[in-house]
Structures are given as C-alpha cells and as structure tokens.
Ligand binder design. Sequence first.
Ligand SMILES: *Cc1c(COP(=O)(O)O)cnc(C)c1O
Length: 387
Amino acid sequence: MRNKEMLLIPGPTPVADEVYDALSMETRAHTDPRFVAVYKDALSMTRELFNCDGQVFVIAGSGTLSMEMAVVNTVAPGEKLLVVSHGYFGDRFIQLAEAFGIKVEAVKSKWGEHVDVAEVEDKLAKGGFKAVTVTHVDTSTGVEADLERLVPAIKKSGALFILDGVCASAAIEEDMGKAYGGNPEYRIDVVLTGSQKAIGVPPGLAIVAFGKKALAAREALGRVSAYYADIKMWAPIMENPSKYYATPAVNMIYAYDAGMKAVFTEGLKKRYARHRAYGKAVRAALATYGLKALAPDAIAAPTLTTVLHVEGTDDAAFRAALAKKGMIVAGALASLAGKAFRIGHMGSTTPEMLEKAVLYIGEAMEELGMKVDKENAVDTFRKAYRA
Ligand SMILES: *Cc1c(COP(=O)(O)O)cnc(C)c1O
C-alpha cells in the first residue's frame, strides 16, 4: 500500500492502491458513456451489497447526508420517528429529525450496552411511529446493534426500519432481502452509509438503499423538505446516469467502483468473517495490556473498538506517541473523552497493520512508563486472528 501512515481511526480508513489509481483517472464529462458505464456498475454492485429490491442512490456527500436522505424521504414534518440509540451517532438522528419538524422520541442505551428491546416495543406499542432508526455500529461506543432482535421487535409495529450502516456496510451483513425471525415482513427497509469507513474509499459519497416499501413511503409523501436530498429527483439518474440532476463526483465514483470491485473480489462472506476476526483479535491482544474494550465481547463491533485507558494514562500523550510512529487512532467522544481511545479495524486494513498496531500500542504504553509484554500481545493477536 502507498499509504505512509496507518490510519486506524473509525473512518476514513486506509485506501488501497487501486482505489487511488481510480481516483486519479482523467476527469471526464459526467455524461460521457465511459463514465456512465462505471457509474452503472457501481450502482449495480451497491444494489447487490444490500440485496436491495428497490433503488440505490450514490451521490456526493458524507454519511450525514445519507442519514438525512433516509429520514426526509420517509417521514414528513409532524410525523413521528423513534430513534434507537447506542451512542453519539444514534443521537445525531434526534437533532437531524428535529431540524425538519419531525416529532422524535428516543430509546437510549447506557454507553457500551445494548438498548432494552422491551422498552423499544413498549414505545412502539403506543403507536403512531412512521419509522425507526437503528445505528448498526455506533462509532462512539463500538457497540453492534442486535438486528436479530431489533428487526422483528420494530417491524411488528408496522414502522419502517432505517439502518445506519456508516461504520458497518461491507463489513457486517446488511441484507435487505433477509426475513428476520422467518417472517417475510420483518425486513430492513432502508440502509444508509458512506464511502470512507468499511468500504475503504476516501470520504465524499453518500450511499442509500431504499427497499420497495420505503420507496412507496416516499411516493406517498408528495413533496418533501429537501431538494438535493430528495431521492425522487435522483431516481431517474440512478436508473440512467447519463441524465443530469446535479453533477456527480466523477472521480469519487471511479474510486468507489474500484473499492466495490475489491469488496466483491474478496467476497462478502469472507469479508464479514475477516472483520469478526479483527474485532476478536484486537480485543484479545489489547486485553493482555490491561486495556479493556468498552463493549463486552458479545455485543462488540467487528469494525472498531472503543478502548478504555489504564487509569491515569494521558490520552493526548498516548495518541501523540502513536502518531510519531505513523499510527493514527481517534480520541473518544463525550464523557469518555480523555478516558478512552478508538481504534478502527475495517475496510482495507490488513492483519499485518493490526499486528503492528498492537506492538506500537505496547511501545507507547512503555514510553508513558507502563510495563507491558509486547511479544505476548502480538502472539495473542495472531492466535486469536487465526482461530
Ligand atoms: C461516521 C458516521 C456517521 C457520519 O458520517 P459522516 O461521513 O461523518 O457524515 C454517521 N453514522 C455513523 C454510525 C458513523 O460512524
């Protein structure tokens, strides 16, 4: 990889050489048949990734735009949205929906725990919720939502199920055709994501998949409080990218197409297994240093880990020591700031990088005056990764 640093934050993530190559191809007219063919290919792989029976949308923007597209195109001002939140990014839907005059209620977990599904069911039983948002992996806490329980609990109320996959798509299964609990009605209606996390492409694209039911909900809304984010305006372009609505990010589409090709070359099953193994191995290795993951193993995300510092560690000095070695990790958010750090392990990140990361973390701890066994930690990583 041409990357000089190990970008182990929860996105953007390391970019593979073939994606950089694609990004630097000659910029062509957005109506040029050669570009249109690439766009079509990227859209068709996106549809396949989510097994979507409706329409997928890939436009310039970040993950937050894709959140906005999901909400604004399904819930009208004055209608009710339930937010199921496992942390900072779950909570973002509350402010977002409020900005559009949507009536929002929320069920929140303690940070590092799962929400109480019974509480979600109780709220929904009171009725009137048009849609529910669930964050697949909350990037603040490293908690993976339990879709096996949440999809049936939510869908039995009749509400639309909106899944925020920004830190999960292409690393954890998000199958819109899957009938949860064996009931064909219990399916994910919308998946939204961004290019820069588990897909491993630079930031710049908002990606949204609407199933048939969600498309019907958009149709029933008539006009929505959006122009650029209105999927109805984009639908003809997604059918035929030689049409114009707003100029697509030509080079980002090249890059995304290359990134998605890499996803399918690896294969979804293998990719999902690789990420599970990353999560397990990183948590096991860091535990040997006395570094505990905020989320217990059973609910911990395959894509990133929020790691609690050993009591008394200077977080800024720790991360600066790592940066000097060419490894970037992220600070923690809100009440965890200074007390934890976040390490991403997704997308094009390799096992070799993560092995090195385990070693560097040990070195940084030593530089801050702690005693650790680096060899044991790296060994633990290798064994847990292979297991
Ligand atoms: C990163 C992230 C977002 C926000 O995406 P941006 O690209 O920063 O706008 C939303 N949800 C989740 C779960 C994320 O991890």
